[in-house]
Design a protein around this ligand. Structure first.
Ligand SMILES: Cc1cc2nc3c(=O)[nH]c(=O)nc-3n(C[C@H](O)[C@H](O)[C@H](O)COP(=O)(O)OP(=O)(O)OC[C@H]3O[C@@H](n4cnc5c(N)ncnc54)[C@H](O)[C@@H]3O)c2cc1C
Ligand code: SF4
Length: 349
């Protein structure tokens, strides 16, 4: 572990003022720390070497969840994942989000993990964690060790020749389907970033996971009203064990069904298939005005996965993800028609 200093900030402007570029070679810029469940792991693995940790847990105003006048909900960046998932208003209005959060990590990790930190967690690409091998995300310009090597968990959509990593968050997939907006502050003022623009595809700058600047602090995440989806939504996570594992593929599906049973509108987001939660409007539009059914859902899944490419072939590679993702989309939509799962029920606190 490298030397670093630790300081607690009590308000956002103080926190932003304390996050500054590295002052000596080999160190990273100072970093905000919330739950520390990802950042400290990366420091222990020598992937990140911040010279200062700015603890933002003192920003009490951003640790709660509050209703918005338009029927939406404001999730504080410092609210814990466990608190968010179990909050009565999240349960009632956004069961999809509860279900996605509860499918992730373990109760202990969710008790520490914050909403802001969850969106900003780094990829689980094993080469990224191994500081002895090249990785463009960790050391820009060094190369990508995953391309042509074992890439079971890697991207099938939106990858580039510089990086094929996926984003691991479950919460972000539900937030993408719910069209959340991330509110951030920096010395240049406040700005709001639609969740679809928050995470980015790797392109030729894979070191940058999001469109956030290093000195920008996430204050809160706003959910627009989505009452029309509360009765028919589903989060489906496919993983190698039934709990405490990152997704191979996940799907957030939300349907607004009319009195005649037809689909008035649909939202679908795929997780762990790309560098960001994956949505495609054409797939959702294909469902609009139609009666739910397996054939229709298969067409939507095919549209959503149009252009998907495996990384290599054979054992240890990920060609299996394409049919897996197609089937998962169909099953998630079928589950959504049956009714919302308000809880995964697997681990009550
Ligand atoms: C064993 C294990 C299993 C896990 N399984 C899953 C899983 O199945 N699904 C899943 O989705 N996640 C999983 N996670 C990841 C976990 O959800 C994240 O580690 C957690 O959400 C990160 O939140 P944090 O508050 O601890 O972030 P931190 O580790 O404190 O910070 C993470 C990053 O965000 C930055 N940051 C934090 N807050 C802010 C803010 N407000 N503004 C700007 N920058 C900020 C930090 O500087 C840092 O770069 C797992 C983690 C562990 C350790
Ligand atoms: S896929 Fe991305 S994160 Fe993984 S080794 Fe390649 S550049 Fe690094």
């Amino acid at each position: 572990m490298n030397d670093f200093s630790y300081v607690r900030a009590c308000d956002p402007d103080e926190a932003i003022g304390l996050v500054e570029p590295a002052r000596f070679p080999g160190a990273d810029s100072a970093r905000f720390v919330a739950g520390g469940t990802n950042l400290l792991d990366l420091m222990k693995e020598n992937v990140l070497r911040p010279h200062r940790l700015v603890d933002i847990n003192g920003l009490a105003r951003w640790s709660g969840i509050e209703p918005l006048p338009d029927g939406g909900l404001r999730l504080g960046a410092l609210a814990r994942n466990a608190h968010t998932a179990r909050h009565p208003l999240v349960h009632e209005r956004y069961p999809l989000l509860s279900s996605a959060i509860l499918s992730g990590a373990s109760p202990q990790v969710r008790n520490m993990a914050s909403n802001g930190g969850n969106l900003l967690q780094r990829t689980r690409c094993y080469y990224f964690y191994d500081s002895l091998v090249p990785c463009n995300k960790r050391a820009p310009g060094s190369g990508c060790s995953a391309i042509g090597q074992l890439a079971r968990q890697h991207a099938i959509l939106g990858a580039s020749e510089h990086c094929i990593a996926t984003h691991p968050s479950d919460m972000a997939v539900a937030l993408a389907a719910l069209e959340a907006v991330v509110h951030v502050r920096s010395p240049r003022g406040d700005r709001a970033i639609p969740i679809g623009d928050f995470h980015r595809l790797p392109g030729d700058r894979p070191q940058q996971d999001t469109t956030l600047e290093e000195d920008e602090l996430v204050l809160h995440i706003d959910l627009p009203p989505a009452a029309q989806y509360a009765a028919h939504s589903a989060y489906l996570k496919i993983r190698e064990r039934s709990s405490f594992a990152f997704a191979l593929v996940s799907v957030a599906a939300a349907l607004d069904l009319g009195a005649d049973g037809r689909i008035r509108s649909a939202r679908i987001a795929l997780g762990s298939v790309a560098h960001k939660p994956w949505r495609r409007r054409e797939a959702e539009e294909l469902l609009t005005g139609q009666a739910p059914g397996r054939d229709l859902f298969e067409q939507a899944a095919a549209r959503l996965l149009d252009g998907a490419r495996p990384q290599g072939s054979g054992p240890g590679h990920n060609a299996f993800k394409i049919p897996l993702a197609r089937r998962a989309v169909v099953r998630a939509l079928e589950n959504a028609v049956r009714g919302s799962v308000r809880d995964t029920g697997e681990d009550r606190p």
